[in-house]
Design a binder for this molecule. Structure first.
Ligand SMILES: [Zn+2]
Length: 127
């Protein structure tokens, strides 16, 4: 598990700064649809784009997730529930004509924030 608590620049902060630099209009940690129990890390209401920055551990990144040895079953269920909820939320948003951009936490560090931002602002799925 990666500890982000207390880290000075979280992936969300990096992305927030890059979005500001690009003069994008967005809300942080906001509900895109009042009728959905769903918060996105960034909501670009004008463009109908929701951005989620998924933690590699909590959302089971294929590259970085390692199942814990202690309480393995409990964690497996917990993480699976997270992944299922991610899928349901994405589907519900897409159904309401939002474009959903899901980024792994590690992607923010491996590419430049500017590239991530241009992917968010462009009408394409991935960079
Ligand atoms: Zn990862």
């Amino acid at each position: 598990m990666q500890a982000n608590v207390g880290r000075e620049t979280s992936p969300e902060q990096v992305l927030r700064r890059a979005l500001r630099r690009a003069r994008a209009r967005f809300e942080c940690d906001a509900r895109p649809e009042p009728s959905l129990r769903c918060k996105a890390d960034f909501v670009l209401r004008g463009r109908r784009v929701c951005v989620f920055v998924d933690g590699c551990w909590w959302h089971r990144c294929p590259t970085h997730f390692r199942p814990p040895k202690a309480n393995a079953r409990w964690w497996k269920e917990k993480i699976s529930a997270n992944v299922d909820r991610d899928r349901r939320q994405t589907a519900a948003l897409v159904e309401r004509r939002w474009r959903v951009v899901r980024l792994w936490e590690h992607e923010i560090g491996t590419t430049t924030p500017e590239r991530v931002v241009s992917m968010i602002l462009a009408k394409q799925e991935r960079p």
